[in-house]
Design a protein around this ligand. Structure first.
Ligand SMILES: *[C@@H]1O[C@H](CO)[C@@H](O)[C@H](O)[C@H]1NC(C)=O
Ligand SMILES: *[C@@H]1O[C@H](CO)[C@@H](O)[C@H](O)[C@H]1NC(C)=O
Ligand SMILES: *[C@@H]1O[C@H](CO)[C@@H](O)[C@H](O)[C@H]1NC(C)=O
Ligand SMILES: *[C@@H]1O[C@H](CO)[C@@H](O)[C@H](O)[C@H]1NC(C)=O
Ligand SMILES: *[C@@H]1O[C@H](CO)[C@@H](O)[C@H](O)[C@H]1NC(C)=O
Length: 523
């Protein structure tokens, strides 16, 4: 394993610096002088008072550090393989590390992942977890924002080392260095190590579980884009099927969701403007087709769907199919998710499918994505892009054998990712397991009305903050298999709480307020 070599090298140098036999904590400022390893630089080390470090919050405000910290930042040079550290490496990863002062440290170490094309450090998630007492690090994924580029060009994609670092390796490049620095600061190894990421960060989570199974005791991999090469084909499929007369306005999409909710909301016995399990909802979209001679809109409001819109919606629900083999390329979208489809119609294919097809799959900046052949070109994405950007090996036996635990959350109304992919991948993982099916090491929590990595404006009354660590930490540290997960923080400001259940269970109403998670049981 590459990272063992790398970690040993880092530790050897650190041990030499820290020669006394009984380790003693060292000051924040002296970490600046530590020579960590070839290729690694500590660039800043600052003691920060409580409330003196401000980062953006998820909702557009700011979050401050609740207690003092040692704030470190630095860089790591890595080589052409996208992994090996080298002082003369051509590529630079930047990282930050928040170390709570000892009195506020919970003994746990965490690395957070990236989103989208990375290029910047997710200080929002870092600060959120820091305030719980974790020593938290994050990286830019192995390339700078400048290399992440714009909607038409991303230079990191044409650099194979940076491309491999992005999803597969940047966490493994970062972790040994930052964990060694934390160990020096506290004069003790962290008791447990966690990884926390969503979206691209979810893909990075599955990559470390598969490629670097010894790095973390617990992994949170939310809304994982771990089949990236096909995720972008799903974006492209949805966009191409909703162009021209197939396009659906926001009003038309709202119309569909309203009708779907009217048909399926109460299936779980609770009228809450929400479908608990969309796979149990049988809704025939053709029932919304305009009668002959009827106009699709009346005074600007959608009253029915044109034949082309019905076909388009059917294509989005179905997901891309290989036109040669008929096989699924990626799953489709769920009933009740329609309100969020405008992103599929107008944006995602440009930002992701177009760039990756041009720069990675076809290596042709003039490639016309409308000509992508969903039969003969799929194998090209598989052979060229998949080995660089996917993490879809279902054999996680090394991670399982070392006692690792992994939790995925996935919103049923995610505007980006077709929601059933994490379920399909879970089934692949379980099929690949050699050990007792009854001993769990991975759980998927589906979120009714959940968006991409949190809340969606399509369901503002649905709590969008998932208490992942309250499930993952006791599982890792005490062997307590989680049976439920609390979610809070609805963006409409109401105080509803909800119960999320490990797949294949759903939250079943028992008694009491429908907005109180204790009124439900997982079954
Ligand atoms: C994107 O970046 C490339 C390379 O730097 C540049 O040539 C191009 O004009 C930029 N496009 C936009 C839309 O900014
Ligand atoms: C959509 O419009 C095209 C022409 O632009 C036409 O060929 C096609 O039949 C239309 N589709 C439907 C379902 O009406
Ligand atoms: C992509 O095309 C350029 C020429 O346009 C070539 O120099 C480069 O080697 C190609 N890259 C790959 C990975 O084939
Ligand atoms: C791209 O391909 C489509 C489908 O073949 C064609 O209609 C369109 O004109 C092409 N666009 C460009 C810019 O060549
Ligand atoms: C939520 O707020 C309502 C009204 O303010 C209150 O009656 C209810 O007890 C609260 N529920 C919870 C779970 O806090």
């Amino acid at each position: 394993m590459h990272y063992i070599r790398l970690y040993t090298a880092v530790l050897a140098v650190l041990t030499a610096v820290h020669a006394s036999s009984i380790p003693r904590p060292i000051s924040c400022s002296s970490l600046l002088e530590v020579t960590v390893s070839s290729g690694v630089q500590v660039l800043t080390s600052v003691d920060v008072a409580a409330g003196a470090l401000s980062v953006p919050s998820y909702s557009g405000g700011t979050i401050l550090n609740s207690f003092p910290l040692c704030h470190l930042s630095g860089s790591i040079k890595y080589g052409a393989d996208g992994l090996t550290l080298a002082a003369n490496g051509a590529n630079t990863l930047t990282w930050e590390l928040y170390l709570p002062v000892t009195a506020n440290y919970n003994g746990r170490f965490m690395v957070v992942g990236d989103s989208g094309y990375a290029g910047s450090i997710d200080t929002t998630t870092m600060m959120t977890e820091f305030n719980l007492g974790y020593a938290v690090a994050g990286s830019d994924g192995g390339h700078s924002l400048a290399e992440t580029g714009n909607a038409t060009y991303a230079s990191f994609m044409t650099d194979v080392a940076q491309l491999k670092a992005w999803i597969h390796n940047s966490i493994a490049i970062t972790t040994p260095t930052v964990r060694a620095l934390a160990t020096l600061y506290y004069a003790a190894s962290p008791k447990y190590s966690y990884y926390y990421g969503c979206s691209t960060g979810g893909a990075q989570g599955y990559a470390v579980a598969s490629l670097y199974p010894d790095l973390f005791d617990g992994i949170y991999a939310g809304s994982p884009g771990n089949w990236y090469s096909h995720l972008i084909l799903s974006f492209l499929w949805n966009a191409l099927h909703t162009q021209g007369n197939g396009s659906m306005s926001q009003d038309a999409l709202n119309f569909i969701t309203t009708k779907v909710l009217a048909a399926c909301d109460a299936l779980d016995g609770v009228n809450d403007n929400l479908i608990e399990n969309p796979s149990e909802c049988k809704f025939d979209i053709t029932s919304l087709k305009c009668k002959s001679g009827q106009s699709a809109t009346s005074s600007g409001t959608t009253v029915c769907l044109t034949a082309a819109q019905v076909k388009a919606a059917e294509a989005v629900y179905a997901g891309p199919k290989n036109t040669l083999t008929g096989k699924e390329i990626y799953p489709g979208f769920a009933l009740g998710s329609e309100k969020a489809w405008l992103l599929q119609e107008t944006t995602l294919y440009k930002e992701f499918s177009e760039l990756i097809l041009k720069e990675v799959v076809f290596n042709d900046s003039n490639y016309n994505i409308s000509t992508f052949n969903f039969g003969s070109d799929v194998s090209k994405a598989d052979s060229i892009a998949s080995p660089l950007i996917d993490s879809i090996n279902p054999s996680l036996s090394s991670f399982e054998a070392r006692g690792g635990k992994l939790i995925t959350t996935q919103g049923w109304a995610d505007a980006y990712n077709a929601p059933t992919w994490p379920i399909e991948f879970l089934e692949q993982i379980n099929a690949a397991r050699l050990t007792d099916e009854n001993s769990e090491f991975i759980q998927v929590y589906m979120v009714p009305g959940g968006g991409h990595c949190g809340p969606t404006s399509a369901y503002p009354h649905v709590p969008g903050t998932y208490d992942v660590l309250d499930s993952l930490v006791p599982w890792v540290e005490k062997g307590i298999v989680p049976t439920q997960m609390l979610s809070t923080g609805a963006i409409d400001g109401t105080n509803a709480t909800r119960k999320l259940c490990p797949y294949p269970q759903n939250a079943k109403y028992v008694r009491g307020s429908i907005d109180d998670w204790t009124s439900y049981t997982c079954a």
